[in-house]
Structures are given as C-alpha cells and as structure tokens.
Design a protein around this ligand. Structure first.
Ligand code: NAD
Length: 304
C-alpha cells in the first residue's frame, strides 16, 4: 500500500500527468474521477491501472495521493465530502493537491491533512496541457518544511521540469496566482498596444518585432502574441483555440482578488483585468476560447 500512488481528477491536465506516472513511476497506480468514460479511456491506455470507486477508498489503498481538480469547491468535496479522502486517510500518507485553488482553502486543507498525521503539499502548476503531456510542468510547492518538499520532489520530477519550493503551505498557490495576475494584465496590455498601433497604421509584425526588442517586451508579446499571424503556432493563429481558456484566467484572477482582499493589497490593474476576463468568459462567443482572444475586444468598439 505504501508504494501505491493514487490520482484523482483525470481532466485535461490530470490525464497527462497521471499518464506520465503510469509510464515512469514503476509503482502501482490507482485512479478516480467522477466521469466514467474518462476512467475507461485511461484504463484502456494503461492496462495495469486500478480504479477506486470513491476518494475515501483510494486514500485507504495508497501511500501517496495527487489531486488535479477544477477549483476550490471540487477540492473541498473530494477531501471533506462524505466519501472524501479524509475519511480514508492514514498516518504518513503524502498528499499533494495540484489544482489551482484559493490559498486559504489550501491552508485549511493542509491543516486537516496534518491533523490526520499525514503530509500536505499544495503544488499548482504552470505549463499547460502541452507541458503536462511532455512532463515539463513547473510545480510551485507550498509545504510545512523543506523535508516535506524533498520527499515529494522525485515524484513531481516525473511530471515536471522545474520544481520550486515556495515556503509554507498555501505559498504554492500564492506564487501561482501572482504569476497569473501578471499574465492576465500583460495579455490585455499587449492586446491594447497592438490594436492601438494597428489602428494608427503600423504593420502588426513590425510593431511586435519592435516591442520584442524594446522595453515593452514580455511573454505575452514575444511568445504568445494575441494578434493573429505575428508568432507562428500560437492560439491567435488558430482562431484562439487550444491553450489556456478565458474561464480559467477569470477564475485565477478571482483568486488573486480574494488574496488581495485578504491581505489588504491595492491591485488596481489586477482588478481591471479580473473585470475584463469575467466579462469575456461570460460571453458565449468567447467562453471557449484561449485567453489571448481578449485581443478581439481590446481597444475595439469605441465610438466617438
Ligand atoms: P478539467 O476540468 O479538464 O479536469 C478536472 C477533472 O476533475 C475532470 O476530469 C473532472 O471530471 C474531475 N472532477 C471534478 N470534480 C470531481 C470530483 N468531485 N471527484 C473526482 N473527480 C472530479 O481541468 P484541467 O484543465 O485539467 O485543470 C485542473 C486544474 O489545473 C485547474 O485548477 C486549473 O486551473 C489548473 N491548470 C490548468 C491549466 C490548463 O492549461 N488547463 C494550466 C495550469 C493549471
């Protein structure tokens, strides 16, 4: 049992992460998800994998648990629910939640896990679906001690390339939402900048080249430019399909706003970005698109 790994949440990210564990860990793998067809698909691809009917049953059968769920309410249900992980959790189990959730919920969860004598880590990721498939994710890890972090690191290295210790429980989530708040702001900023330049008569590629060798350069401009046909193979060149969805960006910005309120921080640009992404993720036309599709609404539609 101590050798077995349990994985809950085989979605876009979790499926690929668990797949890497199945291929590389050389340890028994037990999985759980609420969607039957997802479990069947995973089992078809990985014959030796076992399936647990509930999170509690899974917890009872493994020495390490990893969860990769959409948001805080799902994490609470999976851990604190009637058949939740905490019902079956034994002493010394290592529990890693890689979902992006509220830092306060992560702290609350860690306290409940530690109370059972188990080890808790929050380890949200960046790198997207491609990074999950390639095993090159960045893990931002919050843990009670560096020793806990070091215990988890070899396992995380099977799914990621950069494994970073961020300090106390919850700090992994803090690092993740700070990065994504900056990303949301910079994507809107690059979108507005490109729209302004184009409307003033600049060629988009030329403008992007200048920005990318000048002080305005950032990841949103030089790697993931939201203006179509500026950087090959980006979602903006494929009708804003694939990539990181507007709804996920809106969720991460809401988490950043919660954190700002909690810590009494002024985040004017973050608050604006949060409003913009809430709006686009509520519009049918944009809901399913990559977050760089904000380019289509930036700077457009103002009539004088
Ligand atoms: P997803 O919605 O594709 O997958 C979530 C999985 O959890 C689904 O298979 C779903 O059936 C399962 N699930 C939901 N509730 C459950 C429950 N109660 N019990 C068991 N299983 C349950 O989401 P995703 O894109 O894989 O993202 C997972 C997390 O990773 C999110 O927090 C997201 O913000 C974060 N993230 C996503 C990306 C990305 O590019 N998709 C990048 C970085 C971080």
């Amino acid at each position: 049992k101590a050798d077995a790994i349990g994985f809950i949440g085989l979605g876009q990210m979790g499926y690929n992460m668990a797949n890497n564990l199945a291929l590389k860990a050389g340890r028994p793998l037990i999985v759980h998800d609420v969607v039957e067809s997802t479990l069947d698909k995973f089992k078809d691809a990985n014959k030796d994998v076992q399936i647990a009917a509930t999170p509690a049953e899974l917890a009872d059968r493994v020495g390490t648990i990893i969860t990769m769920l959409p948001a805080s309410p799902h994490v609470k249900e999976v851990y604190f629910g009637t058949d939740g992980v905490l019902q079956g959790l034994a002493k010394d189990t290592m529990v890693i939640d890689s979902s992006t959730i509220d830092a306060l919920v992560a702290k609350e969860l860690a306290a409940a896990i530690v109370e059972k004598g188990a080890v808790a880590l929050d380890a949200p990721v960046s790198g997207g679906i491609l990074g999950a498939a390639a095993g090159t994710l960045t893990f931002m890890v919050g843990a009670a001690s560096e020793a806990d972090f070091n215990q988890a690191k070899p396992l995380l290295e099977l799914m990621g390339k950069n494994i970073v210790y961020c300090g106390a429980n919850g700090n992994g989530q803090v690092a993740k939402i700070c990065n994504n708040m900056l990303l949301g702001i910079s994507m809107i900023a690059v979108s507005e900048t490109m729209q302004l330049g184009i409307r003033m008569g600049m060629d988009p590629k030329l403008l992007a080249n200048i920005l990318n060798t000048s002080s305005g350069r950032c990841w949103s401009s030089d790697t993931y430019n939201p203006c179509p046909d500026v950087i090959p193979n980006t979602p903006s060149c494929k009708g804003y399909t694939g990539g990181f969805g507007n709804t996920l960006m809106a969720k991460d910005l809401r988490l950043a706003m919660n954190a700002a309120q909690e810590s009494n921080s002024t985040v004017l640009m973050g608050a604006l970005a949060s409003q913009v992404y809430n709006r686009v993720s509520n519009e049918k036309e944009y809901r399913g698109l990559d977050f760089s599709s904000v380019f289509k609404v930036s700077g457009a539609g103002r009539k004088s």
